[in-house]
Design a protein around this ligand. Structure first.
Ligand SMILES: CC(=O)SCCNC(=O)CCNC(=O)[C@H](O)C(C)(C)COP(=O)(O)OP(=O)(O)OC[C@H]1O[C@@H](n2cnc3c(N)ncnc32)[C@H](O)[C@@H]1OP(=O)(O)O
Ligand SMILES: O=CC(=O)O
Ligand SMILES: [Mg+2]
Length: 724
């Protein structure tokens, strides 16, 4: 534990105090006295209300639990169940129509449909990479992934595999043919590009010339007309750059001298302070805030060793090009950044209040991340984020409209404290708790002047689905959850409500994470369903996935789809409330059950061991079929709640789960054998990581909303105390 500084009635850990006083406040016009006094006031004014909201969650959960103990949930007749939910205030009537009124929204959100990248902001190397992932190499994304088959002649080799390279170029040129088609021929036949006064012409291998079918899709060029370094195009509001260099390694092999095709990819990025990071104390929070501040100032840098070389990563510059009339134009060089604060649940020891209680972390995140953003709002930074002078906060894990209203109240207070105009702070509402989904319209209404997205966080939402109805019965296997009625209804309900509330042109209607970071071929066939469903953004786990997913938005014009959907009948509340319970007549074999236990146990342990022992909040963990899955706190919530639910309903015993955890610990230890700092869980099973995995499952029923963070924080703090 560090020393605390007494500041008014607050006790602030040294490292955080110094970061704010010595590094952040000097870049603003706000005095230390004013900052700390207003911060203390906000904590004083909102702490009790925050506690009340959490109590309400518990009260509703107990009422729902006892209803299930005393009533049989009947999937064919939900009248009584719905009446009960209304009576306790869980389901709220919502009739009044309205449209959102959000102003000063950057175009990346309002009018560009494209991928949204998420990144743990505690990791500066990744965070910088993400911010720069606005523009990504299509050739690299194809060459490095299974979108191009890795079999036979095409398999990646130590040296550049020319055959694989040819397959990449052929795929990429086919993409150009579809996105910016030529009147005649194909990009494969183009041997030269010629820029004239008012047009771009393409010379084909048979010496004929052709044009784009839609000439306006060519915007301009970089450097000079006779020898351009790049040609810039636009399709569906997304840019494409064809990079030309006949001397480069790849350009030499290409008939037109194309060295790469660069796509506008991660149009926006969420810098995550929540489920993908492990931040349990002031020192962790300081890393998080310092990185976010660096991104806002525009000068974040990170040096690291890669392939034997030291690399220094910085934020990219904007891209300057010339339009046909010779005028200079600028394309934003970086992804538009949101910051995901934590939700309303957790407290953090970084600051204690007048009662020596830890302050709510959501309040702290808001005050400090917005303070860090002043330099951007006031446009005093070297590289800008929002040109509309807005700050974009993603608020996760809110339960229902009252909790959204509370976030809005916090934003108002922070704006006053930091002297910024009302409604500067925008909100991305994660639609990831059941009480938010079923009352989504009312939730949006509470934030109608600030809302910039509603996103289906289906992973948390699945965890909440299980936890809320823990006592209703045993749920279907984890792998079957995505096929269930409730989740399909939830996904379309979110789009329909978003359109009904006028989000189009003002806010994103977003879809969730692609959680198989190495399965890019599969992503290319499946994730096109997101733009097809009317979502103008969807989450990807890496810059490479962003480049690939961007192609979907060239194929699909989301805004046209949204227009078609506008008057569609929306999913019913009954579908939303239909529980994915196992059919009582369906007997699962011992083997099927064991497979499910092992799969869950392996995900839990593989993730938790890195969280507790190494402080890593997002990991790639193989499942039992050896597919690497992105695991974060939301996926952990699903696995742990699922096991808790099966124990509760006698599908398996506690002992069987314990056996599975022990067996899987051996496998996870083996998977990590090349990491010199790794601490084995087996054969003693007495480390903090293994204990936390056990608690997450065996105490899962009692965890607030089934969340994993209280136990993760407790065990990580204990680990730090004993080992660091
Ligand atoms: C339910 C939810 O809340 S989902 C939201 C939370 N989830 C996330 O944020 C997922 C973010 N993704 C990640 O953290 C990572 O991609 C992981 C953990 C899934 C995989 O990480 P790794 O195993 O290190 O990935 P891998 O070895 O394939 O790639 C590492 C490279 O890709 C880059 N990279 C990977 N993911 C990202 C990312 N999200 N943003 C930026 N760069 C990334 C790294 O910078 C690194 O490149 P570098 O060496 O040039 O720096
Ligand atoms: O935050 C995202 C989710 O799926 O949960
Ligand atoms: Mg979530």
């Amino acid at each position: 534990m560090e020393n605390r500084i007494y500041q008014g009635n607050l006790k602030v850990e040294n490292s955080l105090f110094n970061l704010i006083n010595e590094e952040i406040l000097p870049t603003t016009t706000i005095s230390k006295e004013k900052f700390w006094a207003s911060f203390e006031n906000i904590i004083e004014e909102l702490t009790q209300e925050n506690k009340n909201l959490l109590e309400k969650r518990d009260t509703l959960q107990s009422l729902i639990d006892s209803w299930h103990q005393n009533n049989k949930y009947d999937a064919n007749n939900l009248v009584e169940y719905k009446n009960f939910l209304k009576q306790i205030g869980y389901l709220i009537e919502s009739n009044e129509s309205f449209e959102v009124e959000t102003l000063n929204v950057d175009e990346e959100i309002a009018i560009q449909a494209g991928p949204q990248l998420v990144v743990p902001v505690k990791n500066a190397r990744f965070a910088l990479n993400a911010a720069n992932a606005r523009w990504g190499s299509l050739y690299d994304a194809l060459y490095g992934t299974d979108v191009i088959s890795k079999e036979g002649d095409l398999a990646p080799t130590k040296e550049y595999n020319i055959k694989r390279g040819e397959a990449v170029v052929s795929y990429a040129k086919k993409f150009l043919d579809e996105s910016i088609p030529l009147e005649n021929g194909s990009f494969k036949d183009v041997k030269e590009f010629k820029i004239y006064e008012d047009t771009l012409q393409f010379i084909l291998t048979d010496n004929s010339t052709t044009n784009l079918i839609n000439k306006e899709k060519f915007l301009g060029y970089i450097s000079n007309k006779t020898n351009p370094k790049a040609l810039i195009f636009k399709n569906n509001n997304l840019h494409i750059q064809i990079l030309l260099d006949k001397q480069s390694f790849i350009g030499k092999l290409d008939i037109a001298g194309i060295k790469d095709i660069v796509l506008e990819s991660a149009v926006s990025t969420i810098m995550d302070c929540e489920d993908s990071i492990a931040a349990v104390d002031a020192l962790d929070k300081v890393e998080v805030y310092r990185n976010w501040f660096g991104l806002m100032k525009g000068d974040l840098e990170e040096s690291f060793l890669k392939d034997g070389k030291t690399i220094t990563r910085k934020l990219n510059d904007d891209i300057v090009y010339k339009s046909l009339d010779g005028k200079e134009k600028v394309l934003h060089g970086r992804s538009l950044l949101f910051v995901r604060n934590v939700g309303h649940l957790m407290t953090n020891p970084a600051i204690l209040d007048k009662n020596d209680e830890e302050v709510f972390e959501g309040i702290m995140d808001c005050m400090i991340t917005v303070l860090c953003s002043l330099v951007d709002i006031e446009q005093k930074n070297s590289k800008s984020n929002s040109r509309e002078k807005s700050v974009y906060i993603v608020k996760p894990k809110m339960h229902g409209p009252e909790e959204v209203a509370f976030a809005v109240k916090l934003f108002e207070k922070v704006e006053k404290a930091l002297n910024i105009p009302k409604n500067t702070i925008k909100i991305g509402i994660m639609d990831e708790e059941r009480r938010t989904t079923i009352n989504l319209k009312e939730c949006i209404k509470e934030a109608k002047q600030r809302v910039v997205f509603i996103n289906t966080g289906f992973l948390d939402r699945t965890g909440d689905e299980i936890h809320t109805s823990m006592l209703a019965g045993a749920f279907v296997a984890k792998t079957k959850m995505k096929e269930q009625t409730w989740i399909k209804a939830y996904e379309s309900w979110n789009v329909d409500i978003g359109l009904e509330c006028g989000l189009q042109g003002k806010a994103q209607i977003g879809k969730g994470m692609w959680a198989m970071p190495d399965e890019m071929a599969k992503m290319m066939t499946e994730k096109i369903s997101h733009p097809k469903s009317g979502a103008n953004t969807a989450w990807v786990p890496s810059p490479t996935a962003a480049v690939l997913h961007a192609m979907h938005y060239h194929k699909i014009n989301v805004f046209e789809i949204q227009n078609e959907l506008k008057n569609k009948k929306r999913a019913s509340i009954d579908e939303l409330l239909s529980l994915a319970l196992l059919d009582e007549n369906e007997i699962m074999s011992k083997d099927e059950i064991k497979k499910e236990l092992d799969n869950n146990a392996q995900s839990i342990l593989g993730y938790v061991v890195r969280w507790i022992d190494a402080g890593i909040g997002c990991s790639k963990v193989p499942d039992i079929n050896n597919i690497a899955l992105m695991e974060d706190r939301a996926t952990l919530r699903i696995s742990s709640q699922h096991l808790a639910n099966w124990i509760e309903h006698g599908i398996c015993t506690k002992d069987e789960v314990m056996d599975s955890l022990k067996n899987m610990a051996i496998i996870v230890d083996k998977q990590n054998e090349n990491d010199p700092s790794y601490i084995n869980m087996a054969p003693l099973y007495d480390g903090f990581a293994f204990k936390s995995a056990c608690d997450l499952v065996f105490k899962g029923k009692a965890q607030p909303s089934g969340y994993t963070e209280p136990l993760l924080h407790k065990y990580r703090q204990e680990f730090k105390l004993n080992n660091l």
